[in-house]
Ligand binder design. Structure first.
Ligand code: HEM
Length: 192
């Protein structure tokens, strides 16, 4: 009761409260807050997709929770949906004569893991992408053109259709992927 009154008084007076964890925290996987980039308060955590993430404070934790519920990533079905989509996507890519040779010497287990992580972040998962930016990742791949990029886009679209994702969501995904075109094809960045 005393705790509730303190909380109520703090809310009314607009005081900032320290982060209050709902349960005793498990060991967090991060020491830097994924929202603010500041060092975390190890008691300020959220369980998310089987891992414990720590935040710098309550405001960051709230932002993280909002991103979880409102993102395109969640609307698509979260980690399980991205997992299924990337697996199916690469079965299509690896039999397409236009692009499959690019993956001859690539460790596909790693590539799938990276693609899942990249797409998750690009689609609004609150977990940051820590791999290469798209320009660096494709800088040494020779001969990439719009034809190759479009082929990859076609396979992604076909994958999402096969998984019965709505047209509206597919259009949103493709629009996000489209924003990577100039980087993937190593073209100069557009300037205003
Ligand atoms: C359509 C948008 C694309 C996205 C979002 C994308 C995403 C990615 C990501 C996340 C990686 C891993 C980066 C890292 O190592 O940290 C990667 C690597 C790679 N991508 Fe793409 N990619 C795209 C287009 C393409 C295209 C058009 C091709 C070729 C047809 C391609 C071929 C490759 C290859 C071969 C690698 C592996 C490089 C290596 O490990 O040596 N990508 N891509």
């Amino acid at each position: 009761m005393k705790h509730c009154i303190t909380l109520f008084a703090a809310c009314v007076l607009g005081l900032s409260l320290p982060c209050i964890a709902a349960d005793p925290p498990k060991e967090p996987v991060n020491t830097v807050c994924p929202i603010s980039g500041k060092p975390v308060d190890p008691a300020c955590t959220v369980e998310y997709e089987g891992r414990t993430y720590a935040f710098a404070g309550d405001a960051c934790r709230t932002k993280f929770n909002e991103a979880r519920t409102n993102s395109l990533y969640q609307k698509l079905g979260g980690a399980a949906a991205i997992d299924a989509a990337v697996e199916l996507f690469y079965t299509k890519v690896l039999v397409d004569e236009r692009v499959k040779h690019y993956f001859d010497d690539v460790n596909m287990t790693k590539q799938k893991r990276k693609q899942k992580a990249f797409l998750s972040t690009a689609l609004g998962s609150p977990v940051a992408w820590t791999g290469k930016d798209m320009r660096t990742a494709h800088a040494d791949i020779t001969g990439l053109t719009d034809m190759h990029f479009n082929a990859i886009g076609e396979h992604l679209k076909a994958t999402l259709e096969e998984l019965k994702i709505s047209k509206d969501l597919i259009d949103q995904v493709l629009a996000i992927v489209e924003t990577t075109r100039n980087d993937v094809l190593n073209r100069p960045k557009k300037t205003l």
